[in-house]
Design a protein around this ligand. Structure first.
Ligand SMILES: [Fe+2]
Ligand SMILES: [Fe+2]
Length: 286
């Protein structure tokens, strides 16, 4: 292992000690729909934090496409998007806020943030409106979509210099994994998996984080449907104007692998549907 990788591993390990999950995020992570008191608890946690509140309401409005009246309070959001979605959005927002930078890093952070929201919204839409086997998919695909690039947030936060070098390589035609391996000799999916384990995120989300750039058709993994869905949603987000870096070959898309697992209309049709149905431009006001 070279010095660069050693250095990054040490930084990531340090990171493990730095942004531990906030008290609110930890509580949200362990709330369950089954206990009635948890409904009020979730509302209280979100309402107490103005940042989580405003971002959660904005994202709830994006996923609530069919409603003409905007969601303006958290009880309304609970009613319209349900306990689990609300919980997952609030958890993701509080995780993203751990990595929120100031100054020059803000622009790249916002692109990453928007890419994550777009991937979450697209994966939720495909799983609920297009796939027949929705029930078979774990309900956490939405959160997995939101958090799939957790490792990129961490990399951006602790190693911005490397992040920018990677961006330059991607803009010159490398795919994201090639570029990361060239600069840091590891990639964001591994960093994200470390963090998900450290924080005790659900196993299925950790597996999506680890494998979302792999060919799902070649994976022997019990979450391969979720992985295939997020792999697809990530690609559609990129092709709909919500890429992390805007590189032409940013992510390798394993189309036949995805289609061997999920029954879907063709990819161009899906991209067009996402663009026309999802009013993704609402993400820009976040
Ligand atoms: Fe990724
Ligand atoms: Fe991504």
């Amino acid at each position: 292992m070279n010095k660069q990788v050693d250095k990054i591993r040490i930084e990531i390990q340090r990171l493990k000690k730095l942004p531990t999950l906030s008290h609110s995020a930890n509580k949200i992570l362990h709330l369950t729909e089954k206990e009635n008191t948890h409904l009020d608890e979730l509302i209280n946690i979100i309402e107490r934090d103005p940042h989580i509140l405003s971002k959660t309401l904005s994202i709830a409005n994006i996923i609530c496409l069919g409603y003409s009246e905007p969601i303006t309070n958290i009880k309304d959001a609970l009613l319209k998007i349900g306990f689990n979605n609300l919980k997952n959005v609030a958890l993701s927002v509080s995780i993203f806020s751990l990595f929120k930078p100031l100054g020059e890093k803000e622009l790249t952070y916002r692109k990453l943030f928007k890419h994550s929201i777009a991937t979450g919204v697209i994966s939720k839409y495909i799983s609920s409106a297009i796939l027949d086997n929705y029930e078979e998919l774990n309900e956490t695909v939405f959160t997995a979509g939101l958090l799939h690039d957790l490792g990129l947030f961490a990399l951006h936060y602790i190693y911005y210099e490397a992040y920018i070098k990677i961006e330059n390589l991607v803009l010159r035609g490398k795919n994201i994994l090639e570029a990361e391996n060239e600069v840091i000799d590891l990639d964001h999916s591994i960093i994200g998996k470390w963090l998900s384990e450290w924080w005790g995120l659900p196993e299925d989300i950790g597996e999506v984080i680890l494998y979302h750039h792999e060919d799902p058709g070649k994976l022997d993994n019990k979450y391969r449907k979720n992985i295939a869905l997020i792999h697809l949603a990530n690609y559609i987000a990129e092709k709909s104007g919500y890429a992390v870096y805007n590189g032409a070959n940013e992510s390798v898309f394993y189309e036949s692998g995805v289609y061997s697992i999920l029954t879907l209309p063709d990819i161009q049709e899906l991209i067009n549907t996402a663009k026309s149905e999802l009013t993704l431009e609402r993400i820009n006001i976040l």
